[in-house]
Design a protein around this ligand. Structure first.
Ligand SMILES: Cc1cc2nc3c(=O)[nH]c(=O)nc-3n(C[C@H](O)[C@H](O)[C@H](O)COP(=O)(O)O)c2cc1C
Length: 168
């Protein structure tokens, strides 16, 4: 039985570290699929991501490509880092990227979504963002605290995933 998890990386620097994190999860028994947003893809070394995760990197809707993601259900989704843009779109129910569509799928199935909002302080104070984060919390999305002046909290994401697996 595969313990599949979607690792969504948005258009922000920490997405560069997703392959290393995926490698750690794989060693811990997860089957991670790295799914960047279209902008997130520009921060990702795709061949490194595939090598570390052991899975193809999908990032767009392609009717001609056979896509394993449509054939198996994930246990959870992680959005790390989660940009201002993706947080707001997620809360609005928008699914115009493969990454967002997969997260909505997980939410619709009532499965855990873990997100690390990662944006500059001015945008974090924006009313749309405040509304979006409150709405996502209301839906049960686990928003992990993070501060751009500090290191990205990969260890906290790993801990959350272990809790998810332990609760299953
Ligand atoms: C070098 C660079 C770094 C960025 N870092 C962030 C960031 O940390 N947080 C954020 O919300 N947006 C950041 N952005 C802006 C996003 O990439 C932009 O809003 C994009 O539309 C996000 O798309 P996505 O949410 O689909 O990934 C950054 C852009 C660039 C070029």
């Amino acid at each position: 039985m595969r313990t599949l998890v979607y690792l969504i990386g948005c258009g922000s620097r920490p997405t560069t570290d997703l392959p290393r994190f995926a490698g750690q999860l794989r060693s811990a028994g997860w089957d991670p699929f790295i799914v960047p947003t279209p902008v997130g893809r520009r921060f990702l070394n795709a061949s490194q991501a595939e090598e570390k995760s052991g899975n193809t990197v999908y990032w767009d809707f392609d009717p001609d490509a056979p896509n394993e993601l449509t054939q198996c259900k994930a246990r959870a989704a992680v959005i790390a880092p989660a940009t201002f843009n993706t947080i707001n779109k997620l809360a609005a129910g928008i699914a115009d990227t493969l990454a967002l569509a997969l997260v909505h799928d997980v939410l619709g199935d009532g499965l855990p979504v873990i997100a690390v909002p990662w944006t500059q302080a001015s945008l974090a104070r924006h009313p749309a963002y405040k509304n979006a984060t409150a709405r996502l919390r209301g839906w049960g999305v686990r928003l992990l605290p993070a501060d751009q002046s500090e290191l990205f909290p990969w260890a906290a994401v790993g801990t959350q995933l272990e809790q998810v697996r332990g609760a299953a």
